[in-house]
Design a protein around this ligand. Structure first.
Ligand code: ADP
Ligand code: MG
Length: 719
């Protein structure tokens, strides 16, 4: 079928059927089958599907096939695509061009070029692992994540080969390597649980599954370009609230504006081609805010696809005259953006291990995994919290719109009832949801879930998976998932060990059953304090959580030191996810990132106040002074204008003082990053808030024709 016949013209724009283009730009599935000799294909599949080590002998053949496929699809260059500790992706393009001895130009990608790259590692953050002069680093092909062709709107096509990135000394300098290690760790421990229940037959590994709902804002690109704060920091550092925000609840799930849906459709088409199975699109709570969500995939692939998704959103927005804002809090006083991290464990044969099934009280294996999660989140709440800590997420967490910084689990009434039973004399029944009769004869009877939903919980059970809702919208999800998989691995390890020890070898079914119940009972008793089904936004919960002894780390400065503890080192070492040096490096990089971001924001705000806001306000002052002067000259008293002028001058004086205070706080230098981080939180961030408040007050009274920045109303309400 020709490309044109696949497209349907809708009001002048085109739509493409997902199934026609799905996966056409990835080297996997049918493409691989068609282009690889069968033995090479089979060998590669063993690595991809069963987690076996890659046979280096197949690399040359794969490289040639991949290159030919890429060139057939218009690619001229390839790159090792990796995820350094910046939290973004990195790529260095090389042409396929190779010049032979006789001067002939050929196109080439060798097996060794596919498997290994050698980018200069010195300019990526290493958290002290490497000195700047120590430059050598390697990238290593991850055959489990399909290579893809990234095509920009101008048609430039590049073969991207997902890779891990390590230092010459072997330490991981990226987000993928520890993620892959954590996936292996959780698989090993989960397999022990399956073995205990005798359900491991035919199962090669347990996989983590992941589906990330991405929230974002769209604003007109022309307006974006007029705001230094958005261009530099991704968020507005000043801006008074418009008369209308989301009070009317008229945006959430509202009709999607035409221009936006054309954009969404193009994003989807591009992502389908790249094998990213996006499925859901809708308006979010705030004006100008939207969401895109995929069908879940294997965690490693989902993490790569999440990075690709953010890239495609940004690229396509520009093409449509929008700017896509992925920041956690682009607009103060307006809902922020998150990235709900839907996570579960499944066998490689496709059985979801967090599916409670019909008669949950009989499903001891599910209850074991459930208790594993409860134990992990309670034991390592500090690490989970730290895994999502960033300067940007500080504006969102706990701000009465996003989950609080207290890590707790929502289970819903059905599972809460089962925990009660586990803690008592053992689970004997499962609460059923029943049916909903809507009272109108023509409407169907609806099956009702046994539990409600709770959007205030940072870690909610949502039927057959957990939704980690505190992850920020710009975050790379690889790191929170590395932490999550590792703490779950540790918890499953502890539970498996306990059951094996208590039940002994070859235990009878009855003995095993009694042992499991006893072990789970102890876990519930000890760890259910982390479970909370009520309103996570409420003051009452903050008090209650404190009583329960749950940590409440309100800021990044409080959260990040959790990675620099013996408890964390022991955990990550034990499961070979990160060495102490690698873990320390991550803590260091995250702290550095925090102080760097806050510093950039502070300087951006100061620049805007000095060069845009104060000058505009001074012009407004001249207008007022002129009004006073000319009224007086005309012999008319104008006490109101005089008062207004006096108070205006007063406000500008306060603004100048607040600006000086901010610049002083920002200029302080520190050798100790942790100390610097605390100073940023205690001095720089509050100084910015104070200056902003004054600016927003001034904005409300500045003549519209003098205000130098696009307003919140212009950016958010115009579609
Ligand atoms: P919600 O109503 O909470 O948005 P959805 O059913 O739309 O729930 O799911 C949200 C995300 O969760 C989707 O990306 C979906 O693919 C993902 N998801 C569903 N099941 C699983 C699972 N077993 N493991 C991981 N993610 C899952
Ligand atoms: Mg959801």
């Amino acid at each position: 079928m020709s490309r044109t016949s696949q497209q349907h013209s809708v009001n002048g724009s085109t739509q493409t059927r997902a199934s026609d283009v799905y996966g056409t730009l990835i080297f996997s599935g049918d493409t691989m089958l068609k282009r690889l000799p069968s033995d090479v294909y089979a060998s590669l599949q063993k690595t991809i599907q069963d987690g076996r080590a890659l046979d280096p002998a197949v690399a040359n053949t794969v490289a040639v096939a991949m290159k030919d496929w890429a060139i057939d699809n218009g690619a001229t260059h390839y790159c090792h695509w990796f995820q350094p500790l910046t939290g973004m992706t990195a790529e260095k393009h090389d042409a396929f061009l190779s010049i032979l001895g006789d001067g002939t130009a050929i196109e080439k990608l060798s097996g060794s070029q596919l498997i290994q790259g050698e980018p200069d590692a010195s300019s990526f953050p290493s958290g002290g692992i490497r000195d700047t002069y120590e430059a050598r680093g390697y990238t290593a092909w991850d055959p489990t994540s399909p290579a893809f062709l990234l095509r920009n709107p101008g048609g430039v096509t590049t073969l991207c080969i997902p890779t891990a990135f390590v230092s010459w000394t072997g330490e991981a300098l990226d987000k993928k390597t520890p993620l892959l290690r954590s996936i292996r760790a959780v698989s090993e421990q989960a397999m022990r649980i399956l073995k205990i229940f005798g359900t491991d037959k035919g199962v090669n590994q347990v996989v983590a599954t992941l589906g990330c709902e991405q929230e974002y804002f769209l604003i007109d690109r022309e307006l974006f370009k007029q705001r230094l704060d958005l261009m530099i920091t991704g968020r507005t550092l000043v801006g008074a609230m418009p008369p209308k925000g989301h009070q009317l609840d008229d945006h959430y799930f509202g009709a999607i504006p035409d221009r936006v849906i054309s954009f969404m459709s193009k994003v989807e088409e591009r992502l389908f081609e790249l094998g990213v199975p996006v499925k859901t699109r809708h308006n979010e709570v705030a004006p100008g805010q939207y969401e895109i969500a995929p069908t879940f995939e294997l965690s490693n692939i989902a993490c790569d696809h999440q990075m690709v998704c953010m890239h495609v959103l940004k690229m396509t927005a520009r093409e449509h005259g929008f700017e896509c804002l992925l920041h956690e809090k682009p607009f103060a006083g307006v809902n922020g953006s998150g990235k709900h991290n839907n996570w579960s464990l499944a066998t490689n044969t496709g059985i979801n291990l967090l599916d409670p099934r019909e008669e949950t009280h009989h499903n001891l294996q599910f209850l074991t995994f459930l208790c594993g999660v409860i134990r992990a989140v309670d034991t390592h709440a500090d690490l989970l919290r730290a895994s999502i800590a960033s300067a940007a997420n500080d504006h969102r967490l706990g701000a009465n719109e996003a989950p609080p910084a207290i890590m707790s689990i929502y289970l819903g009434s059905m599972l809460t009832d089962i925990l009660d039973q586990l803690e008592g004399s053992g689970p004997k029944k499962t609460i059923k949801g029943g049916e909903l009769d809507l009272g109108a004869g023509t409407l169907p009877l609806l099956p009702r879930a046994a539990s409600d939903r709770n959007r205030t919980s940072p870690f909610a059970f949502t039927g057959n998976k957990f939704e980690f809702r505190a992850v920020g919208s710009t975050a790379s999800v690889a790191w929170p998932n590395t932490v999550l998989n590792t703490i779950i691995a540790e918890s499953l390890d502890a539970i498996a060990t306990e059951i094996e020890k208590k039940a002994g070898k070859n235990a009878s079914a009855a003995k095993l059953d009694a042992t499991v119940r006893a072990v789970l009972k102890e876990i519930v008793k000890k760890h259910r304090r982390v479970c909370f089904d009520g309103d996570g936004y409420s003051e009452a919960w903050h008090k209650e959580a404190e009583k329960r002894g749950l940590p409440n780390m309100r800021s990044t400065a409080e959260a990040l030191p959790a990675f620099d503890t013996k408890k964390a080192r022991d955990l990550f070492n034990k499961y070979s996810v990160l060495s102490s040096k690698e873990l320390h490096a991550r803590a260091e990089v995250l702290m550095e990132l925090y102080v760097t971001v806050v510093g950039i924001e502070a300087r951006t705000l100061a620049t805007m106040v000095r060069t845009q806001i104060l000058p505009a306000a001074t012009r407004a002052q001249c207008e007022l002074a002129d009004a006073v002067g000319s009224s007086r000259a005309a012999g008319v008293e104008c006490p109101d204008e005089e008062n207004a002028l006096r108070s205006w001058v007063n406000s500008l004086a306060k603004m100048r003082a607040a600006l000086a205070e901010l610049e002083k706080a920002e200029a302080k230098e520190y050798d100790d990053t942790a100390k610097h981080m605390r100073q940023c939180r205690d001095e720089v961030v509050p100084a910015m808030a104070k200056l902003r408040e004054l600016c927003d007050g001034i904005e409300k009274w500045t003549p519209a024709d003098l205000w130098p920045l696009p307003t919140y109303a212009e950016m958010l309400l115009d579609r």
